[in-house]
Each structure stands twice: as structure tokens, then as C-alpha cells.
Design a protein around this ligand. Structure first.
Ligand code: NGS
Length: 257
């Protein structure tokens, strides 16, 4: 059965960003888009952690710009990369979302978005609510079921107030896994419920990729996470800015830890 709002993402190796750019030229640079005939209700920053996944990035941008412009959003896409090539230290990379985006604008909504996830339904509205939102509830890889109830990874959206209240992600998680579970624990510790969209609307296709390296220490960090909420997070993150470049379809930021 075809669902209302359903649009199948185009996934092929032929996608070329010059053509995407010709179709979705905004007049502004750095991947900043505005609706042409109205004032958007929310200004949204989308943060995409990037690890040499250029093939995914092309498919992602080609899908996301038309998807977001159809929602009449004002938005900007940030690609965030790490200078260090050896260790993938993921959680500080995520914490930069608020610190760097808020240099440009006081956004109403800050998204964290994996580059390999493509929304399939136009009714999946990219905006924030009075509670943190988890967007990527159902993925084709899991037969469109939530992998576990407390899952907060993939795509999520929080306001500035929500981010600052919980001190964003812990900076201690390296490699893959656990940092999103830890953020979920922080939200619950602060008595915040997470809003989840209905699974037939929040459907995502996942692009194939190799499993990133992970470390067993993440389970210990998770079990002691709540003790560190106040001193480990956005408030004590230290990083060096290596590069910040405005491209037509996105702003590229490279940091070093
Ligand atoms: C869990 C990880 C989460 C991760 C989730 C993704 O096991 O960080 O898998 O599942 N937790 C730990 O490692 C403690 S996925 O959708 O990729 O199959 O987000």
C-alpha cells in the first residue's frame, strides 16, 4: 500500500552535486535555505557527522534539500569532520553542533542527523517541540521496528534550552556506540520525556556501510554516566577549529581535539 506523503529516496552512484546544486540553488551560501513565499516558523540547524563518507553525502544532500524545502523550513546543513584520522572520537564531534551553529544564528532547533539515514515520508516534520524529539523511529534495516525502547540515535532534535539543560552529550565516548544511550539517560535524569513520531511517518532508509569500530568500555561509561552529567558535556568541551568553509549546499567544519 502506498502511504500518504511517501517518497522513495533516489539512491544511485550517478548522483552528482553540480546537478543537485542547479536544482536547489538558494542564493545564500553554506547550505542555508529559506522559503520563498513565507516566513518559516522555526530556524533549524542540521548537524551531520562526517567520516570519509562522501558517497553517502552526495545521496544525502540530493535527498535532503528537496525534502526540507518542501516543508517550507528555514534551515542550514552543517557537515562536521574531525582532523584526527586514527581514533574516531565521536561524542565531542556531536557536541560541536550547538557551539558552532549558534555562532551563525540563534536557531530554534538543532538536529543531529546520521548521513546514512534518509527520511521516506514528507509528513516527518523537521522541527522541535517542547520536549526532545527522536525522529528515526523506524528503519528498513529493522523491518521498520524500533530496535529498543530507549533508542535515541540516528536522527534527533533538541532546542537550545533542552541542550543546555542536560549539558548535551558526554565527551568520554570514543569510537562507535553508547553516546546516544547516555544522552537518553541524561534526559530521563532531568525528567524529560522523549517524543517519538509515529512509526509509519518516521520511516528511514539506511544506506549500506561498514560497521565502525567499537570499544567494550562504553558499557562502563554508560553505567556511570549520570554521575558526570554536570562536569562532562558541552560546558567543558575543548576543541580547535581547523577549517570552516561555506559550500553552496552545506557548511563544512573541521575540528581537532
Ligand atoms: C546500540 C548502541 C547505540 C547505537 C545503536 C544503533 O547498541 O549507541 O546500537 O543501533 N549502544 C551501545 O553500543 C551501548 S543500529 O541502529 O545501528 O543498529 O545507536
Amino acid at each position: 500500500m502506498i502511504q500518504v506523503g511517501f517518497r522513495k529516496p533516489v539512491i544511485n552512484d550517478e548522483i552528482n552535486l553540480k546537478e543537485t546544486l542547479q536544482k536547489y540553488r538558494s542564493g545564500k551560501c553554506g547550505g542555508h535555505f529559506l522559503p520563498s513565499n513565507c516566513k518559516a516558523r522555526q530556524k533549524v540547524a542540521l548537524f551531520i557527522p562526517f567520516r570519509n563518507t562522501y558517497e553517502h553525502l552526495k545521496i544525502f544532500l540530493n535527498h535532503m534539500h528537496p525534502f526540507l524545502t518542501r516543508q517550507d523550513l528555514e534551515y542550514k546543513i552543517y557537515i562536521i569532520d574531525l582532523n584526527e584520522r586514527i581514533l574516531i572520537n565521536r561524542s565531542p564531534l556531536l557536541n560541536v553542533r550547538f557551539l558552532e551553529a549558534s555562532k551563525d544564528e540563534d536557531y530554534d532547533c538543532y538536529f543531529f542527523h546520521d548521513v546514512d539515514l534518509l527520511p521516506e515520508n514528507d509528513y516527518n516534520l523537521y522541527r522541535c517541540s517542547e520536549l526532545p524529539r527522536h525522529m528515526s523511529v523506524s528503519k528498513d534495516k529493522f523491518n521498520y521496528q524500533l530496535p529498543y525502547d530507549t533508542f535515541f540515535g540516528g536522527v534527533s532534535a533538541m532546542t537550545k534550552e533542552q541542550i543546555l539543560f542536560v549539558n548535551e552529550f558526554s565527551n568520554k565516548f570514543s569510537c562507535w556506540g553508547g553516546e546516544d544511550d547516555d544522552l537518553f539517560n541524561r534526559l530521563i535524569f532531568h525528567n524529560m520525556t522523549v517524543l517519538k513520531s509515529m512509526s509509519d511517518v518516521s520511516r528511514y532508509i539506511i544506506l549500506n556501510h561498514k560497521q565502525s569500530p567499537f570499544k567494550p568500555e562504553r558499557f562502563k561509561l554508560l553505567s556511570t554516566g549520570i554521575k558526570r552529567v554536570m562536569q562532562d558535556g558541552i560546558k567543558n568541551l575543548k576543541y580547535k577549529m581547523m577549517k570552516r568553509t561555506n559550500y553552496p549546499l552545506y557548511t563544512y567544519i573541521k575540528i581537532s581535539l
